[in-house]
Write a protein that binds this ligand. Structure first.
Ligand code: PEP
Ligand code: MN
Length: 338
């Protein structure tokens, strides 16, 4: 349930209403806009009689939200959320360009790629240090040493870092070293992890869509993080499982308008994990920007043939540079600045 207050209402009046609903055991989340104040009620709202609230002189209207998520709901927060990732804005009319290797392999590799990505126009550097691999015998990532390499690449280029967190054990280390904490597709419904990053992560979260998760399941996972205390969530569509086996996954471009309609959170697209083939990245990246996404996360490798992970879907720096040049033109048409 959402209480919309009359414009320019004073703080005290809002507090009085909040206290009244909190007495009923509900949690009230206040969202103060420039003109309007909105209060979202989380909990068993059947205890509240909307008519009794609506009759108060400071209240404009009371809305029932059919969806099970409140904090992520567009109704609760009509404006787009713009998430600040160490100075890089994600959402609104900003287009975030995240690039880098699937996995951190060495300092030389990451710094070379980071420099090329930055020169191409990327504003965030990705690199996996803790890797979720299907096989326990595959390369598992460099761990903390990999994070230190990313920090060195950030020092060399100024690009803030995006890296995947797989265990709550490392949250404090990620708070120190990483600028945007990725929760991977395979952990999208690891509810204990979501609660911990909500409580303890001081950095924004990039929440990837689960391999076969519905929009509602995905948004509910964002809701877990937000309800636990971290409101800074960016969603990432990375392809879903379908009957098709030719491509690694199927990119769901409809996710862009749907997520924007249902939530106020930014949504970025990862065309690399979607198609699993480097030559699919360019057309899908362009289509994503045309459809209004808030950013792209693309795997870039200086030597894809020898990559320890996801070489076949990685772009070489030259190709990435050409792609970003073309993306800039599309971004302009849809009102996004690079
Ligand atoms: C990744 O981005 O490195 C990754 C493992 O992605 P996903 O969780 O989407 O498979
Ligand atoms: Mn990868």
């Amino acid at each position: 349930m959402i209480i919309v207050f009359k414009s320019k209402v004073n703080q005290e009046d809002v507090e009085k209403v909040v206290q009244r609903v909190e007495k009923l055991g509900l949690i009230a989340h206040i969202s103060q806009g420039e003109e309007t104040t909105i209060v979202g009620l989380v909990g068993d709202t059947t205890k509240v009689d909307p008519k009794q609230i609506e009759v108060l002189p400071v209240v404009e209207k009371v809305m029932h939200v059919g969806e099970p998520y409140k904090l992520a709901n567009r109704a609760f927060h009509p404006d787009d959320s713009i998430i600040d990732v160490s100075g890089v804005k994600v959402g609104g009319d900003h287009l975030a360009l995240i690039a880098g290797p699937c996995s951190v392999e060495s300092k030389e590799q990451v710094i070379e790629i980071a420099k090329a990505a930055k020169a191409a126009g990327a504003n965030l550097l990705r690199g996996g240090a803790f890797k979720p691999r299907t096989s326990p015998y595959a390369f598992q990532g460099m761990g903390s040493e990999g994070l230190d390499i990313l920090v060195a690449a950030k020092e060399a280029t100024g690009l803030p870092i995006v890296s995947e967190l797989m265990s709550a054990e490392y949250i404090e280390e990620f708070n120190e070293k990483v600028d945007l904490v990725q929760i991977g597709a395979r952990n999208m419904q690891n509810f204990d992890l979501l609660k911990e990053v909500g409580k303890r992560c001081t950095k924004p979260i990039l929440l990837k869509r689960g391999l076969s998760s519905t929009y509602e399941e995905w948004i509910m996972s964002a809701e877990y993080i937000m309800a636990s205390g971290n409101p800074n969530v960016i969603l990432c569509e990375r392809g879903v499982r379908t009957f098709e086996t030719y491509t690694r996954n199927t990119l769901d471009l409809q996710a862009i308008p749907v997520i924007k309609r249902l939530t106020h959170l930014p949504i970025i697209i990862d065309p690399s994990h979607a198609g699993g083939k480097w030559w699919l990245v360019e057309p899908m990246a362009k289509a994503s920007v045309a459809a209004g996404c808030d950013g792209l996360m693309i795997e870039v490798h200086n030597n894809p043939e020898c990559a320890l992970c996801d070489g076949p879907q990685s772009l070489k720096p030259k190709k990435y540079t050409e792609l970003i040049e073309e993306i800039k033109d599309i971004a302009k048409i849809v009102g996004k600045e690079v």
